[in-house]
Design a protein around this ligand. Structure first.
Ligand code: DON
Length: 309
């Protein structure tokens, strides 16, 4: 896709880039540790097909937790909201994304929301299909449709690196399995989940997906209603209340748009009715969000009154 660079945006990216020094690249998934901490790029996609960008927007990164909002939309479309919310809740936790703490307090065990790892694993478990390969293929073609890019694939190296080190996520699964929230092979679920997290794209694609959410599930460039309005609404709700984990409250206060982050450094923003935002900046703050990406969004929100509140 052609995207125009923009001088004003470039100046903001340079200013925000200085914050990368205060963060750290994620390395609990060893393959993510190879990222360049000073990278920072942004793309903003508008409904009329215009796109403005700054930084190296061709650079690819893995979705990680951003995939959670996409798998949620997919599973809601596959199974409907009553079935999905029987197994996962709707409340923010105020805990880190991989925490097991609140699971033990819920009887019967039910993850509080689909954006924390426990909830996302339950959602991924609900993806329909005959095998891990089949289920992943279905999810991947949905992601390709959302991004309007059929070349999107996943990083085998990063999926494998996470698979080998995902013991905390395995622990969450075994806990949920013991409490009848999951069934079947935990390793198959981790295989599917780590592939989902390792889906790779650039900021341009991510901004396009953000645009589809911003337009209530409609892609104005292909004229297709990809996600039903009600499903897009549910997803944006979760993006506001839990999209940035235990930093969601501060994010809503300072920036005020539905957004979802991932530990590879991506942030997808959906400014309702206006545009989609894709950001990549792998240096993370202590809560696992792109440190410079958040600064950049804060500057943009102030300058262009992005807050929906
Ligand atoms: O489950 C994990 O640990 C990763 N695949 C995704 C975590 C993540 O992106 C959290 N985000 N900030």
């Amino acid at each position: 896709m052609f995207c125009q660079t923009n001088k004003e945006l470039e100046a903001l990216v340079e200013e925000a880039r200085s914050y990368t020094q205060y963060g750290k690249v994620a390395d609990y998934i060893p393959a993510l540790g190879k990222a360049n901490p000073t990278d920072l790029s942004i793309s903003i996609n508008y409904p009329d097909g215009r796109c403005v960008s700054a930084g190296d927007v061709q650079k690819k990164f893995t979705l990680q937790s951003i995939s959670k909002v996409i798998s949620l939309a997919f599973v809601l479309m596959d199974r409907g909201s009553s079935e999905v919310f029987e197994h996962v809740g709707m409340e923010p936790t105020g805990d880190p994304f991989n925490s097991i703490a609140k699971l033990e307090k819920m009887i019967p065990a039910k993850p509080l929301n689909p954006m924390i790892n426990a909830g996302a694993l339950v959602v991924t478990h609900m993806i329909k299909g005959n095998s891990v390969e089949d289920r992943f293929k279905r999810l991947l073609s949905f992601i390709q449709e959302l991004a309007n890019d059929a070349t999107i694939s996943y990083s085998e190296g990063i999926a494998q690196s996470e698979f080998e080190t995902a013991d905390l996520n395995r622990a969450l699964c075994y806990f949920l399995k013991q409490h009848n929230r999951l069934d079947g092979s935990v390793d198959d679920l981790i295989k599917l989940y780590t592939k989902q997290c390792a889906v790779e794209m650039n900021c341009l694609d991510l901004a396009h997906i953000g645009l589809v959410f911003a337009m209530n599930g409609f892609d104005p460039q292909t004229n297709k209603q990809i996600i039903p309005q009600n499903v897009a609404r549910i997803c944006k709700n979760f993006m506001v209340t839990c999209g940035m984990y235990n930093a969601s409250g501060e994010f809503a206060m300072k920036i005020g748009i539905p957004a979802k982050s991932g530990v590879a450094g991506g942030i997808m923003g959906a400014t309702p009715g206006r545009f989609g935002i894709g950001i990549f900046g792998p240096s993370l703050d202590e809560k696992g969000n792109s440190i410079a990406g958040i600064q950049l969004l804060e500057m943009l929100s102030k300058k262009y009154s992005l807050s929906m509140f």
